[in-house]
Design a protein. Structure first.
Length: 138
């Protein structure tokens, strides 16, 4: 998984930005985040400390399950959960695919023909997929 999906937070909530959009907010320092949001002219700041460090997906799910939300928050939070779940699922699939391809190549097992062709082109002396251009005046 990428570092972005592994990063954890201890504060989660929502705030309305200067443009009037309700947005999810994450942080690890409640006071610092409050000061930043206030300085940014945010309104209706609603931040909560989580019981333990959580990823964005976990903390958004915790917020939905444990905090009484307004109607607007009940629209935004589930959308953000769906977005983060999709990213998390994609990152997990990417990690599995990368691992599978590497092990299949290392063990000389068959891989998807498109992947095999890509590997063949990138490690062979045939026509390269890209060209490295040296900077002038070197």
């Amino acid at each position: 998984m990428s570092k972005a999906t592994e990063k954890t937070f201890t504060v989660v909530g929502t705030a309305i930005n200067a443009s009037g959009d309700l947005k999810m907010r994450w942080a690890n320092d409640l006071v610092l985040r409050l000061n930043i949001l206030i300085k940014g002219k945010c309104e209706d700041i609603n931040l909560h400390e989580t019981p333990k460090p959580m990823t964005k997906l976990e903390s958004a799910e915790w917020l939905l399950a444990n905090i009484e939300l307004t109607t607007e928050q009940n629209e935004v939070v589930p959308l953000k959960i769906a977005e983060k779940a999709k990213i998390d699922k994609r990152e997990k699939a990417k990690a599995v695919m990368t691992s599978n391809v590497k092990s299949n190549v290392a063990e000389n097992k068959p891989v998807d023909p498109r992947v095999a062709e890509f590997i063949k082109q990138t490690i062979s002396d045939e026509e390269p997929l890209f060209e490295i251009i040296a900077p002038e005046n070197v």
